[in-house]
Structures are given as structure tokens and as C-alpha cells.
Design a binder for this molecule. Structure first.
Ligand code: CAA
Length: 253
């Protein structure tokens, strides 16, 4: 499939995926979801980690309002479910996915960033869930991810007031993990990607799987599936890493 909005580029196992519809501040339209769904289902084997970013002054300024305005109730619900399914696919991808947030991450844009494993932000980034300004609510599971990520009080504050916050404020709330100068955003994000790639590859996959599965379980069941995967690394990648430590050398995975 020829992509119009997505611009993937792969170097040394890292796919940098740029969302490029700058004339509409990268607002997410149905073509974006078609392309994203296709890309997620056809990721080349060589891709070991994905970085999502936006072109221009926005990461993503939300769902495309012009596509939503005329929808019926049933169409609105279907639109929400379809977007949720694609964001869930991102979240459940077996490889790490990092959001490199270069600018506006509003509405569906903030929801996309939250579907990634973690977020590195430029000082120019702005975050918010301004849907109530439009008389709607977040529809790509942002209500659920945000309250889990930054707590109910912070999430309801942002969603009820539509306040747009700076990258530093997002850092304080735990919505992003690191804030860097705009010119260093990609360099810093790629450095983090490289760090992850140097670790036990199965372990980094499993840690994501265990956290995501566990969040949907009660504590005891969640801990049990952690133990099961912990065990699966023994006589396996775990032995390679632990033996290398004891022999004071770097592991070869
Ligand atoms: N949908 C469609 N078009 C959008 C858009 C969006 N979410 N955000 C920006 N655009 C378009 C503008 O309409 C404008 O197009 P024209 O040049 O054709 O007029 C272009 O992008 C540039 O935008 P602005 O002129 O508004 O740029 P600005 O710098 O003055 O303002 C902004 C930037 C504060 C981000 C402002 O564009 C804005 O408030 N955008 C909407 C943000 C928003 O409400 N997002 C939530 C959407 S709803 C949602 O996401 C629901 C969901 O969860 C499923």
C-alpha cells in the first residue's frame, strides 16, 4: 500500500514513523487509520522498535473535526470503536513504541501518545484533551488511558477544563517521561531506542506484555502472569544475561 499520510523510515531496526498532514496539524482522518492499521499489520521483521512523531508544529491536533461533525449517534460510536481498535493494536504491538512529541498533542493526538509505551516531549509540545470545547469527550480510549496513567484527579482536571499544558507540566503529572530541546528530540529519542535495543530482546518484549496484561487483571492474577513469564526467561535469555554479569562481560543476546 502506498501511504499518503504516514512516512515510515527504518534505520538499524528503528522505524521512525512520521505523521504528515501538516496543513491540518496532522489531524487524524479515516485515511490515517486505514494506513496505520495496514502498517501495523505489515511491519517488516527488521523493525525492532517504533518511534512515532509528527511533521511541522503538531504531533497530532486531534481527530479530524471536519470528518466528525455530520456523524449520527451510531456513526459516532463506530468511529470511536474503529479508532480504539487501531490504538489498541499500537499498544499491543510486541515491539516497543515511543512517542516523540514535537508539538501539539491534543485530543486524539494526546490519546495516540498515550497508546505508545512512553513519551519523550520537546519543550514546544502542548498536551490536552480539549474535546469538551466541542461538546464531545475523548473517544480513542483516552478517558481510560489517561486516568490510569496520571490518576483520576489529573485526568478529570484536564478533560473537564480542556486546559492545554506545557511539556514541563506534562512531565510533572507523569504524562511524559522526559522533556528535551526541540532540536534534540529525535537524537534523544533514538538514543533511548538504542538503549532498549541493547537489552535482552525477549525481556524487553515481555516486560511490556506483563505490564499491559496485568493492568487489566486483579493484583494476584497479574503477579502470577509476571511469575510465569519471569520463569520463561530462565534457561533462556536470562541465563545468557546473568552468566555474562557473573563473568564480568557484556552479554551477546
Ligand atoms: N481537525 C481538523 N482540522 C484541524 C484540527 C482538527 N482536530 N486541528 C487543526 N485543524 C486545522 C484547522 O482547521 C486549520 O485548517 P485551515 O487552515 O484549513 O483553516 C489548520 O489545521 C491549522 O489550524 P489553526 O489555524 O487552528 O492553527 P492555530 O495555530 O491557530 O491553532 C490549535 C492550533 C490550538 C491546535 C487549533 O488548531 C485547535 O484548537 N485545533 C483543534 C484541537 C482539538 O479540539 N482537538 C480535539 C479534536 S476532537 C478529538 O480528538 C476526539 C477524539 O478523541 C476521538
Amino acid at each position: 500500500m502506498e501511504y499518503q499520510i504516514l512516512h515510515p523510515s527504518v534505520t538499524d531496526g528503528v522505524m521512525v514513523l512520521t505523521i504528515s498532514r501538516p496543513q491540518a496539524l496532522n489531524a487524524l482522518n479515516s485515511l490515517f487509520f486505514t494506513e496505520m492499521d495496514h502498517l501495523l499489520s505489515h511491519l517488516p521483521q527488521e523493525v525492532k522498535i517504533m518511534v512515532i512523531t509528527g511533521e511541522g508544529k503538531a504531533f497530532v491536533a486531534g481527530a479530524d473535526i471536519s470528518e466528525m461533525v455530520d456523524k449520527s449517534q451510531a456513526e459516532g460510536e463506530a468511529f470511536s470503536l474503529a479508532g480504539q481498535a487501531v490504538f489498541r493494536k499500537i499498544e499491543q504491538l510486541s515491539i516497543p513504541v515511543i512517542a516523540a512529541v514535537n508539538g501539539y498533542a491534543l485530543g486524539g493526538g494526546c490519546e495516540l501518545a498515550m497508546a505508545c509505551d512512553f513519551r519523550i516531549a520537546s519543550t514546544l509540545a502542548t498536551f490536552g484533551q480539549p474535546e469538551v470545547n466541542l461538546g464531545i469527550i475523548p473517544g480513542y480510549a483516552g478517558t481510560q488511558r489517561m486516568s490510569r496513567l496520571i490518576g483520576k484527579g489529573n485526568a478529570l482536571y484536564l478533560m473537564m477544563t480542556a486546559t492545554m499544558i506545557s511539556a514541563d507540566e506534562a512531565l510533572r503529572m507523569g504524562l511524559v517521561q522526559k522533556v528535551v530541546a526541540p532540536e534534540l528530540l529525535m537524537e534523544e529519542t533514538l538514543k533511548i531506542a538504542k538503549t532498549i535495543l541493547s537489552k535482552g530482546p525477549t525481556a524487553t518484549k515481555l516486560v511490556k506484555e506483563v505490564v499491559n496484561l496485568g493492568l487489566a487483571m486483579d493484583f494476584d492474577a497479574a503477579s502470577k502472569q509476571e511469575a510465569q513469564r519471569f520463569g520463561s526467561l530462565f534457561k533462556n535469555e536470562g541465563e545468557v544475561g546473568m552468566r555474562a554479569f557473573l563473568e564480568k562481560r557484556k552479554p551477546t543476546w
